[in-house]
Design a protein around this ligand. Structure first.
Ligand code: FAD
Length: 311
């Protein structure tokens, strides 16, 4: 690659970035994709993916993302193993500075930098990630069919996760550090109804202090509830205490919402507040946060970029 003015640079190599690579390659835009520190994105550490349409046989997240990356490469997306450390996005020519010091000039940018789930930050948690500790009930709930699990959090997301899990788990404990909830009242009422049926239980004014396991899998949680330390035997725990969009780099360049998610829909589905800059995947989605929705929005961002360049 020379120092020419590029058509499009994709930032991120998760499902959103790879899908954008596939579509911009096929539109002959000769896209360049910057992988970031985490090639393949959030999914690469997940042992089994069962809900990506077409990916039957429960491939590992690593294998699925390897295929998505190869697919984009095979169609012509140029991958650069580096990360963007500075983004100047205003005006018709955008400048991206990479960790190596190299600068890329481009007419459009597709931001697909993802969002990191917030975990509890307690002893044992890292050891049992993927072995009982999760941050996504839609992704992992199915692996806990018939088992007792806990959800930690007091916002709407925690209640949605807990209600989802009551459909397949023997019992769901909702652990919250306070008495009151930030969640929508309708969700609270629904979970209370499940509690009345014995499918859920509220554990309030409680803080998780430790994740316990047998070396292979999580077996329970150590809680501190109103000064008393107790153990709650469960097979899984779902952290539902928010996500951190990876968008700090862009905060002075495009509009972000109060939690740092990129605001889109500015004229086309994935368009940001700055013409020629598009966003896709978890960095601009606080609701769905799935591989397939990220890939779908990556496709839309690519088509938006193509239409922008044609205009
Ligand atoms: C443990 C776990 C299990 C999950 N299981 C499932 C599942 O079973 N099914 C499902 O559909 N979803 C699952 N998800 C959710 C899914 O992983 C995400 O919705 C999806 O990966 C989001 O894709 P994305 O492309 O938006 O971002 P990500 O996958 O987060 O990728 C972001 C990319 O941006 C790059 N990046 C960040 N900053 C920079 C920078 N400055 N410069 C360059 N690159 C940068 C990173 O290196 C990375 O490649 C799971 C998530 C987790 C955490």
């Amino acid at each position: 690659m020379t120092d020419e003015l590029l058509n499009t640079v994709i930032i991120g190599s998760g499902p959103a970035g790879c899908a954008a690579g596939v579509y911009t390659s096929r539109a002959n835009l000769k896209p360049v994709l910057i992988t970031g520190d985490n090639p393949g994105g959030q999914l690469v550490t997940t042992p089994e993916i069962e809900n990506y349409p077409g990916a039957m046989g429960s491939p590992s997240g690593f294998d699925l993302m390897e295929k998505l990356q190869q697919h984009a490469k095979s169609l012509g997306t140029e991958f650069i193993s580096d990360k963007v450390v500075k983004a100047e996005l205003k005006g018709p020519v955008k400048t991206l500075t990479l960790g190596s010091g190299r600068m890329l000039k481009t007419r459009t940018v597709i931001i697909a930098t993802g969002a990191a789930p917030r975990y509890l930050g307690v002893p044992g948690e890292d050891q049992y990630k993927g072995k009982g500790v999760s941050a996504c009930a839609t992704c992992d709930g199915f692996f806990f069919r018939g088992k007792e699990v806990a959800v930690v959090g007091g916002g709407s997301a925690a209640f949605v996760e807990a209600l989802f899990l009551t459909q397949m788990c023997a019992k769901v404990y909702l652990i919250h550090r306070r008495e009151g909830f930030r969640a929508e009242a309708v969700l609270v009422d629904k979970l209370k109804a499940k509690a009345a049926e014995g499918k859920a239980e509220f554990v309030l004014n409680a803080i998780v202090q430790e994740v316990k396991g047998d070396g292979e899998r999580l077996t329970g949680l150590v809680l501190k509830q109103q000064g008393e330390v107790k153990e709650l035997p469960v097979s899984g725990v779902f952290a539902a205490i928010g996500h951190l969009p990876q968008t700090e780099l862009f905060k002075d360049e495009i509009e972000l919402d109060k939690d740092g998610f990129i605001v889109i829909g500015k004229g086309s589905a994935q368009a940001t507040s700055e013409p020629g800059v598009f966003a896709a995947g978890d960095c601009s989605d606080r609701i769905y946060r799935q591989a397939i929705t990220s890939a779908g929005s990556g496709c839309k961002a690519a088509l938006d970029a193509e239409h922008f360049l044609l205009a």
